[in-house]
Design a protein around this ligand. Structure first.
Ligand code: ATP
Ligand code: MG
Length: 870
């Protein structure tokens, strides 16, 4: 059975059990400060479990792209070393939101594995939660009873809290779980030791494939468990592991999920898989990591120096490093794998095909940069080794190499080992710890638990239509960080405040209490589906009605920039072509920033055309046509622009101005005429294949033009207010050119008179015209003069010694015929004379120069020169 068939069978099975099949959420998470990447199928449903969002469909199944490289679930260091943990993998899952519970979840999992996929029951083991005294959690009798009806009792294993109580992170929904493990060893191996003893023991062929989690609790910030409003089922099955079992392989890398990639790596590196343990690990690391990186780029996360981008960069660097060290690849090659990946997975994940070119360019650029870093790092490491006394190298130095240059520690260790050295590990880790504390204390945010004032109140956003309304506070919590101090996050029953999202900044404004007290809202953000209003202070009387007012000037400025961003997007696609895809946007009150894929610099001419295009749409005074809550298919049919890596619901909002139509949740002007004018202020590169345009609109354009006008006035006054400024500048340039010519002429004249002077100083020595001088001019002039003298005077030996800035310079010119007839070599002579001025130099046999730090030695050098001729 191929992997595609396996995926499809899973989905069909749950469809037949009345589940809705939904698309995978993006792998990169926005709007959730607790998670950077999707690490489990349940992430996108978290709010259903917490009761923060109303459940519309009670049964769902899907395959979810997951990445486990940071936070609570981090498998990075295992990947490639073992054969069943990946960075990026697909998790097949089925969910019940307050609907069916343990009985059905267990029975269906069993039916799918043993009847549909026909896995031999003798190879299966299951675990149930044994309970935990310190948290007062009981043995999961219910799950045990369900299993006891399906499987031999001695195949049911009790598991502890570590293995059988699933938690998404330090906070959030959790509950007891029941896992299914498969023994894929040979019959011979099975006879030696029972699979039961190998469950949960890190055996590569007795692995967990499916985890059925029964969500009943929420882990709060203080570590306490509280009961969830309803009971849910959340299951996750490792797709690649399932393929290994069903395709009767011993490793995930032997399935058709990874084989095409491995074949391609073999082709580009000339190393065969399965021949050597060390190179096999390298090949697995690369085959795995290219998937993680390609999927993340396709979802809009480019490698960078911070946050999620940095995690991606580190994954890619790990792959490059394995290629460099074990597969001898000193040139970029990982980018080439994007083709195979898109051929193989593009039908299930079309973003890999649509974004292929960008994925290739970005990976290649990263490879080039990191390979350079590796080369530089090798040189620095060499210096460290040379300056080191003894067998142990300073851990601090190795840390600097790691921290400042990004040079990987294990490569440092490997190179040192090859030279019979090691480094001070304690010292290294000490430095690492110090650095971690520095960054943690700056970034970490502590959040208290929510204080609920009004229960079961969904927050409604009314900010498209109103900027002012009466509200009640439904919940609040205190958050604090070293950087920003203490804040309160307030949630209302309804709100006119737009929360930061879709690139648009959050609204500012204030809350007014009945007694007139004012509480400023300094920012608005979204966390999952809650709109959080940030305030530095908390009203003492919380149970009252407040007037919530949005800062309308700020909102208008942001709104103009957002609508202009849509027109800019349309303009870029019209003028540069359809390959332009939005890669990031930031809409502020002061300006807008738009990042997009394009593979060369946007020329001045093109920028002008884009700017004209947008201003033409503004002048057409196009009305906003807004559709709220239309089915996503309808929007798609209307040709609405959608972004990769964005999570859209079943119903969406579209924003249309003329022919520009986009899915968008932002705020927009009622008519493009409100934008007044659009001006591009800069164009630059952000990364390989990604350009950035910054622009201003409305009031800020006026500021911009005023500033330009001021600058122009200043220039004019510097030019003494001419009637025609352009003419005045041209005249200035002309004058400048004429003066330059004049100066050159004067210098030439001076040189000529000097030459006549010099001719009188020539000494005749054994048929050679010897001339020693102390002319103090720049090196170029002296060189010119030497050659001119050489043209005029035959058999010339010319030497000049000059000083400048406390340094000494020698120039030697020898007529070509002399270099042969008398075996004179200016290069050799200048090197020898260089000693007198404490320096060195060189050149050709007829012309050479030297520099040194001792001008006192010039006279000696000149007189010594004569000795070559007598
Ligand atoms: P393990 O103990 O093997 O690391 P886990 O307990 O971390 O697994 P869960 O969080 O329960 O796994 O995830 C559900 C399923 O996803 C697992 O049963 C497994 O099949 C799969 N899975 C988990 N981590 C990975 C990974 N890094 N690569 C591939 N599949 C994975
Ligand atoms: Mg794990």
């Amino acid at each position: 059975m191929t992997s595609s068939e396996i995926r499809q069978k899973f989905l069909n099975f749950f469809e037949s059990k009345s589940h809705d099949i939904v698309a995978s959420a993006p792998i990169v998470i926005k709007n959730d400060p607790t998670l950077m990447f999707t690490n489990a199928g349940m992430n996108q449903f978290k709010e259903y479990f917490l009761g923060q969002r109303k459940v519309e469909t009670k049964r769902i199944a899907d395959t979810q792209k997951c990445l486990r490289v940071s936070g609570k679930h981090n498998d990075l260091e295992e990947v490639g070393i073992d054969t069943y943990h990946h960075t990026m993998f697909e998790m097949l899952g089925n969910w019940s939101f307050g609907d069916y519970f343990k009985k059905e979840a267990i029975a269906w999992a069993w039916e799918l594995l043993t009847e549909v996929f026909k896995i031999d029951k003798k190879d299966l083991y299951v675990t149930v939660f044994e309970g935990s005294e310190d948290e007062n959690l009981a043995f999961d009798q219910e799950a045990y009873d369900c299993w006891a009806k399906l499987i031999d009792k001695d195949r049911i294993i009790n598991g502890n809290k570590k293995d059988n109580f699933w938690e998404m992170g330090a906070q959030g929904p959790c509950g007891p779980c029941s896992e299914i493990h498969v023994d894929i060893r040979s019959e011979e191996e099975k006879a030696k030791i029972s699979g039961k003893d190998l469950v949960n023991n890190d055996h590569p062929q007795v692995v967990e494939i499916w985890n059925l989690v029964f969500m009943e609790f929420n882990r709060k910030a203080d570590g306490k468990l509280e009961k969830l409003p309803a009971k849910h089922v959340d299951t996750g099955m490792g797709f690649e592991r399932l393929c290994t079992v069903l395709q009767k392989k011993k490793s995930n890398y032997d399935t058709d999920v990874f084989q095409p990639l491995i074949r391609e790596i073999e082709a580009v590196t000339d190393f065969k898989y399965g021949k050597n343990a060390e190179t096999d690990i390298a090949i697995r690391v690369i085959a795995d990591h290219v998937r993680a990186v390609a999927f993340s780029i396709a979802d809009g996360q480019l490698p960078s120096n911070t946050g999620a981008g940095y995690v991606i960069r580190r994954i890619l660097r790990r792959a490059i490093r394995y290629g460099y060290t074990f597969l001898n690849k000193k040139e970029p090659f990982i980018f080439q794998l994007a083709q195979v990946l898109s051929d193989q997975m593009g039908s299930s994940f079309p973003e890999l095909t649509d974004q292929k070119r960008l994925i290739q360019i970005v990976i290649k650029e990263e490879e080039n940069a990191f390979l350079k870093t590796l080369e530089q790092g090798l040189v620095i490491l060499d210096q460290i080794v040379q300056n080191n006394k003894g067998k142990i190298v300073s851990g601090k130095k190795c840390f600097e190499l790691y921290d400042t240059y990004g040079f990987p520690l294990d490569l440092t260790a490997l190179i040192l080992r090859e030279k019979g050295l090691s480094f001070d590990e304690a010292d290294f880790h000490n430095e690492m710890q110090k650095q971690k504390e520095r960054s943690r204390s700056a970034a970490s945010i502590d959040a208290d638990d929510w204080v609920i004032l009004i229960h079961d109140q969904e927050e409604e956003f009314i900010g498209y239509d109103y900027l002012k309304t009466n509200v009640r506070i439904t919940r609040y919590r205190k958050v604090s960080s070293k950087k920003d101090g203490t804040w309160y996050q307030l949630v209302f029953n309804l709100t006119p405040f737009y929360p930061e999202g879709g690139g648009q900044m959050g609204d500012k404004g204030y809350l007014q209490a009945a007694n007139g007290d004012v509480f400023y809202i300094l920012d608005t953000k979204k966390e999952n589906n809650l709109i959080l209003h940030y305030s530095k202070t908390l009203p003492t009387e919380l149970h009252q009605t407040f007037l919530a007012v949005v800062d309308d000037r700020n909102r208008l400025a942001v709104t103009c920039n957002h609508s202009a961003t849509h027109l800019l997007h349309q303009g870029l696609r019209t003028i540069l072509g359809d390959h332009v895809a939005q890669k990031g946007s930031a809409v502020y009150a002061r300006n807008l920033r738009f990042d997009f894929s394009h593979f060369s610099k946007v020329t001045d001419q093109e920028l002008k055309e884009v700017e004209n295009f947008v201003n033409a749409r503004i002048n057409e005074k196009l009305d906003l046509v807004e559709q709220r809550n239309i089915p996503i298919q309808v929007a798609e049919e209307q040709g609405a622009m959608m972004l990769f890596g964005e999570k859209y619901g079943d119903t969406v909002r579209t924003i249309k101005f003329g022919k520009s139509i986009e899915l968008c949740g932002g705020t927009h002007v009622k008519n493009t005429g409100d934008i007044w004018y659009f001006k591009i202020t800069s164009e630059s590169a952000v990364a390989a294949g990604i350009r950035r345009i910054e622009a201003v609109t409305n009031e800020i354009v006026k500021d911009y033009f005023l500033a330009q006008d001021n600058e122009f006035s200043e220039l004019k006054s510097l030019l003494k207010n001419p009637s025609d400024t352009k003419q005045a500048v041209l005249k200035l340039q002309e004058e400048n050119a004429a003066l330059k010519k004049e100066v050159e002429k004067l210098i030439q004249e001076k040189a000529n008179s000097l030459k006549t002077d010099l001719l009188s100083k020539i000494e005749k020595l054994n048929g050679v015209n010897f001339l020693a001088t102390n002319i103090e001019m720049d090196a170029g002039t002296i060189k010119n003069m030497a050659f001119e003298l050489g043209d005029q005077i035959s058999n010339l030996f010319f030497i000049n010694g000059s000083k400048n800035d406390g340094k000494a310079f020698l120039t030697i010119y020898i007529s070509k015929n002399l270099t042969e007839e008398k075996s004179l070599n200016a290069g050799t002579i200048v090197r020898e004379l260089g000693k007198y001025i404490q320096g060195g130099g060189g050149g050709q046999s007829f012309f050479a120069t030297a520099g040194g730090k001792n001008p006192e030695g010039i006279a000696k050098a000149l007189s010594k020169a004569k000795s070559y001729l007598v």
